[in-house]
Design a protein around this ligand. Sequence first.
Ligand code: DI6
Ligand code: FE
Length: 404
Amino acid sequence: MPHTETRRLWRDISVFDGLRTLPEPMAVITEGVRVVALVAMNDFDEGEAQGCSDMGRGGVMTPGLVDCHTHLVFGGSRADEFEARLEGASYEEIARRGGGILSTVRATREASEEALLALARPRLEALIGDGVTTVEIKSGYGLTVADEMKMLRVARRLGEELPVRVVTTLLGAHALPPEFKDDSDGYIDLVCREMIPAAAAQGLADAVDVFCETIAFSVAQCERVFEAAEAHGLPIKAHAEQLSNLGGTAMAARHGALSADHIEYLDEAGIAAIRKAGSVAVILPGAFHTLRETQQPPIQALREAGVPMAVATDANPGSSPLFMPTLMLNLACTLFRLTPQEALAGMTAHGATALGLKGEGRIREGAAADLCIWDIDTPAALAYTVQPGRLRQRLFQGELTHDR
Ligand code: DI6
Ligand code: FE
């Protein structure tokens, strides 16, 4: 029997195409897993509607959101630290006394793979319910070969069990585990000689990340991790210039990093380096907000340099326990003065580029039918108001996964 793909038609819809809002109301047709028509309503030939299922009129269509930086697989809770910080303790102080990331490491090591999966599923469902169709998930709370692989397997399984594409990142160099106290080079040896090879051999990691910071690893140590990643053919990225300016971004850029993330303390030389490398600057307003930071990332300089800026949740139990991508659009605008269009591009086209998926996170003829339809009047409203429940329809790989 010949297989006919479902054709779906939206009329009179305002389209944000991943880079900009199209100037007129559009008609959009998908067929199977692709967008096959994107035409101005005025030019739409009603004959085209033949054989299409009518998906409705009005509202806003965006590409499925791309959350390019999350740590959503973890055990335990850090509510106690949230309270301690409100009483004046700093994120660094808490980390130095063995809390912070290491507190989550203890809970994550104790948790079974099944338990971690059960904990992560509702967090990822929250992102999906807010429009995410592609999500990056990092390891980094295991810090042994076995526990890092456990985290990455959970991330892969989430992508098999839920209607979302999961891109995984090995973040072995996230914090120094207690077994390696006073031997951080020894731990970096383990990351380079055992963790990266294991993740590569098992096909568990799509990229390798580091935390380049005074409370984590030096520029030289991070560079060793990148060299090991390169030897295994894995792309690299960095948490850099979040709490101080060590020059991690410039080093990562020299290695052709996909992205440099956080970058509140990035200087002119760092901006020039990421521009030259064609890397993406990933802006994480949730961490800035949660840690009550005051150092602003150099948005205007990045904009003038033409560096693409992505926006992501950084969803994690410590610095960004915020599992709502559209809230990040709002925070990127209010805290960092991105325009709503820039914020949206940051969570669609530029988010995809940050994951090595350049050309995705777009709506155009031939693009993947990963789409969100929102009950709002203009795309800017997605950043302007913070209101759960605006997602009208969601398509993932052409399948309607949400409709109301
Ligand atoms: N920077 C962050 O914002 C997250 N990791 C990192 O290197 C925070 C992770 C955590 O506090 O658990
Ligand atoms: Fe992070």
